[in-house]
Design a protein around this ligand. Sequence first.
Ligand code: BYC
Length: 349
Amino acid sequence: MTGGHQPTLRAPATGQGERGGQLHREDEELLARFEALVAAGETVEPRDWLPDGYRRMLIRQIAQHAHSEIIGMQPEGAWLTRAPSLHRKAALLAKVQDEAGHGMYLYSAAETLGVDRADLMDALHRGQQRYAATFDHPALTWADTGAIAWLTDGAAVVNQAPLTRTSYGPYARAMRRVCQEEAFHVRQGYDQLLSLSRGTPEQHRMAQDAVNRWWLPAVALMFGPPDTEAGGAGAAVGSAVSRRAIAWGIKQHTNDELRQRFVDLVVPQAESLGLSLPDPAIRWNPERGHHDFGPIDWPCYRRALAEGTHWARRRLAHREAAHRDGAWVREAAEAYARRDGDETAEVAS
Ligand code: BYC
């Protein structure tokens, strides 16, 4: 438990949470104590009693997050063999490996909620759980790796920095490590785009083209659906999901608040890069104290999510193939762990 220590608020992990939507008296007391714990800014730990809805919301968000990290390796990973120098190749290789590591931290955090990572992986492969559709776009040139790191990782840092204070301890701790690495990726992407922007006219054009293509996937899809509209392909309403997540201390800000923070942050960075953002409506609004930006075509994104796209199918097919190819590694690791367990038991007996 972290934060101001208030052991009296803590409930034992004995209850089963909501039963069929009906709260029993004992559950009501547990729920009240849980909500007081969250309201007091305490961190909830796996040993604590958790309402089923909270557990489900966390599993859904952490799984979606973990899946985004590992699927997100694909667009940049496609350039590993074509990096223009050893220095750039080493940096990109380290970044792509970092994203795999983020996935692993997050699957571990999800497992503390009582799910198995193999089941989460199955759910991803069967299309039952999502990943950020940002990565359903191709990386067409080398400059795309810079634009992804600057814009997509930049958006991720803005979205995830508040998650370092999320109410669920294992998720918050994973986020601290992830955010430090993501912040470094943003610098890396910025540096890469700066070299291209200051290079030959052709290199400058390449950087601008990549920024033009990655701007909307970052600003629209890294922050989720808008606060005021129905979200996703299903009946879920973005604002309702956000409100619940905020009430439970999972999130601190709505999707649109974070989106605005990202736009405000990135506009001056684009200027210092000598690149423009592909939205003519972007301008400083002194009354709001924020940059205005153009409307996002949400129905178009929702249709793409509902119907699937060529790149979504490719991403998932590639992931499934990698999973199949890695079966022997998992089997060997499990056999090794079993042998290790047998030897420990032998020593103990
Ligand atoms: N794409 O629940 P709602 C990275 C779905 S990766 C596809 O209102 P919420 C990186 C949503 O699942 C880091 N689907 O959305 C890696 C739901 O569908 P279901 C990614 C989306 O929770 C490699 C429905 O729409 N960061 O940094 O308010 C290289 C309704 O949505 C999307 C995180 O994951 C989408 N974009 O907002 C480089 C951060 N958005 O489940 C970089 C943690 C929504 O009902 N995650 N849907 O079928 C979050 O903060 C939130 O999950 C989101 C979504 C902001 C992403």
